[in-house]
Design a protein around this ligand. Sequence first.
Ligand code: BGC
Length: 418
Amino acid sequence: MNLKKLLAGSALVTGLALFSAAAVAEESVEVLHWWTSGGEAAALNVLKQNLEKEGVTWQDMPVAGGGGEQAMTAVRARVTAGNPPTAVQMLGFDITDWAKQGVVADLNDLAAKEGWDKVVPAALQAFSKYDGKWVAAPVNVHSTNWVWANKKVFDDLGIAQPTTWDELIAALDKIKAAGLTAVAHGGQPWQEATIFDAVVMSTGGPDFYKKAFIDLDPAALNSPTMVEAFDRMAKLRSYVDDNFSGRDWNLASAMVIEGKAGVQFMGDWAKGEFLNAGKVPGQDFLCFRFPGTQGTVTFNSDQFVMFKVGDDRKAAQEKLASAIMAPAFQVAFNKVKGSVPARTDVDGSDLDACGQQGMKDLAEASEKGTLFGSMAHGHAAPAAVKVATYDVITAHFNGEMDSKTAAEELAKAVAAAQ
Ligand code: BGC
């Protein structure tokens, strides 16, 4: 080899080395999510930091709006433009809908290498996989049938944890009579629907919840039991303050945290707000199942759907998926987020009292067959049906129709959305 060739070759090698160093340094993921409240952002930081330790830069794409409806609109725009983010926070049937479009990645190699099949429960795999392929990495399991209460308010007024609807109403009456807002509520359709999950379960029990929300049986949707569930929503409406309309859920949590209100009916992401404010379960606040739903769990799981991206972004995407599934991360993240790990093989003994109860309730409900997907959070029926229920629940909550009409409208709206 002559000198010229040798020099050219070594220049090429040096060039390649430089190029790959730059590629590693520039590995980045763009993540679209709706975790914008204090507690949610704190939880997301755990993931960001873990990835940054791996040399992956985090490009944040937050789209505010609890429940993720606005975020889903943003995803649609990006995917339609042919420029999907690396990963998107998503719920249940939304994942399946995108997988059907053929725009999501195939994570099977990574899943096989890391043994996801053995550690993710079937109820979550139903959404993480499509057509035998892993397309999403589940980060947690939340549930919607919880009550978050200010402990001092309960103690001062001599209120014991209510376990039945009547006890709940007696407790709310006492809080209202003391001049406080009994129910901290944010008047947004998804928040009303979140409460409805629990009210339907409490009013009709697990078989009714399944018939109405999973099987979408018209006879259950338009039934005396559903009318009663709507009556109960109207009753709860009488305990909210005058400024509830449009309020974000985390501001409603703040009312309970600050002792201005007694309770909030909300999924366990609310716990993230209490923790973020330095509050301690059992000491400053109470968590208990919505009265009448003990022994049942209406769940939702946040998953990160990986979209099909160019080869230059695949390595970082796999690192993200792997970081989400790491056992230590699942515990660290869920301690902050308020949810419980999506993996069944991790040690949850480190979670606080509410987290421990969440894990125990989930295992028991799964065993007994009383674990159902949340309608409000996309795990009972596809998005079109979910949104159709939101409209009726909110119109009724705002007094636009009586309970009998609401049940009729619910059955009609669900039928039309399928
Ligand atoms: C998500 C939670 C989130 C909540 C409020 C739910 O749909 O599963 O992770 O904290 O919405 O934004």
